[in-house]
Design a protein around this ligand. Sequence first.
Ligand SMILES: C[S@@+](CC[C@H](N)C(=O)[O-])C[C@H]1O[C@@H](n2cnc3c(N)ncnc32)[C@H](O)[C@@H]1O
Length: 219
Amino acid sequence: MKLSSKNRLMPMHQDLFPEDTLFCRIARTVCRAGVLPRKELYEAWEMARRIRRRFRGGRVVDLACGHGLLAQILLILDQTSPSGLAVDTRIPKSAEALFAAMAETWPFLKDRVCFETRDMEEITLLPEDLVVSAHACGCLTDRILTRAVAARTRVAVLPCCHDLETCDTGGLTPWMPPDLAVDAVRALKLRAAGYDIYTAAIPSVITPKNRLLMGEPGA
Ligand SMILES: C[S@@+](CC[C@H](N)C(=O)[O-])C[C@H]1O[C@@H](n2cnc3c(N)ncnc32)[C@H](O)[C@@H]1O
């Protein structure tokens, strides 16, 4: 099975996930919704489990959320988080069907997850929040990091679409590929802002844009 496939997971694909594991339960639920590209399931799962190894609790704020699955999985993995807010300027219509299926399997999600169609700049962030974002394109990732630092929240981003016109390579391109330079500069800027940073990668067979940058305000 190609994990990076953009084909939608459909009800007939439930058989691909037969085990009695949390991942397979989530995957079968996603299949029943019949709307989500396969790649997005794996991205959200792999990102969420790495984030939860570092960060527990807090309101989850999923910026540029798309279908909002990341916020939902983060709440399932750690129910001490009181709520999840999923924000996007254009929430896909299919997010509703996905959320309905997820909330049927995990009814607590119904009361705890909220979607808002908004620009992420309009969201008030609080220091106890956990701000996450998967594949916020180009400098949107930088704007999310800036907002998180301003509010001193914990943050986790999986950058994509490195736009060399708007993203800072730090003059490092003779030494390393430009997209790596952009992410290295992001990590060091976060550290310079007084954050403890943690870097990880999700499997590259899911996406080549697989660098996970996490940070929390230092003590
Ligand atoms: C590549 S998609 C990623 C979606 C989702 N996080 C995922 O991993 O599948 C980028 C998303 O950013 C959203 N977006 C772009 N600018 C935004 C902004 N200023 N505020 C909130 N969302 C924004 C787009 O509508 C789009 O859904």
